[in-house]
Design a protein around this ligand. Sequence first.
Ligand code: CIZ
Ligand code: SF4
Length: 305
Amino acid sequence: MTAHDQLIEEILSLKKERNALILAHNYQNDEVQDISDFIGDSFALSRISAESDAQVIVFCGVHFMAESAVILSPQKTVLLPVLEAGCPMAEMAEVDEVLAWKKRYPQAAVVSYINSSAAVKAVSDICCTSANAVNVIKSLESEEIIFLPDQNLGSYVAEQVPEKIVHLWPGYCLTHHRVSPEEVKKVKAAHPEAEVLIHPECRPEVTALADYVGSTSQISKRVSQSKADSFIIGTEMGIMHGLKKEHPHKQFFLLTPGLVCPNMKKITLPDVLNALKTLQPVISVLEPIRAQAHKALERMLTIKS
Ligand code: CIZ
Ligand code: SF4
């Protein structure tokens, strides 16, 4: 047995002993995805966590995702194997600034993308994911919206819902924002037959060149439903692992090698083992904030994607 096999065996046996569930985001390292019980987007994983009987959740993702799991099921022990795995975009919106914007635009409803801290969700009217953002905005009575923190998802949504005034927060995802339209044109020229699927966290001039714009879950669904044999994937490279596994006869090209989120790659198998051994680091959200953030997430649940 190799050291790697031994590590996996230890993780799986400790997982059983602890009655733990291992969840991995679509952007996680391949080997972390392979030992997980479920792979998905942040919201799907939080729901799985809330619905499961497991007492311990090992959330392999970034900080705001583990927080969302705590918001939905505070009675569980939610572990983030590497505490420093954060989302720089979520950190671009702080509560004080959000409160200042609310004062500046008193008529506006605050819509926070799930990539935000629990404290920011707590001062928002409703949350959204990249899959349901358009429907969330359409559902609001308010004509004016503060959309945070992603300016790219915000402008994509604003374009689809022109009847609303959308005040865009100036945040962005370092990984998706750096994709250029030139890179898209180049890869399209190299694979003209491939369908181009791009995440809305990319800049508007990039998504304008896509055949389909969607979240990670929507991109996976689109691949399953499409008749095309090859695809150019415009989101974080971790998603390629699941796509290739699920569709061995289809071809996938990553839009650019720069589509790597360093924070998503921080968690390794030894970190997962360590979290199971020590039951640390535990993610917690203070109670008044959790309950307020829960309202914003629950309100989102009433809207279909
Ligand atoms: O909510 C998520 O999981 C993120 C960050 C991306 C997506 O499209 O699934
Ligand atoms: Fe945050 Fe972008 Fe990494 Fe997602 S890919 S966790 S939005 S930095």
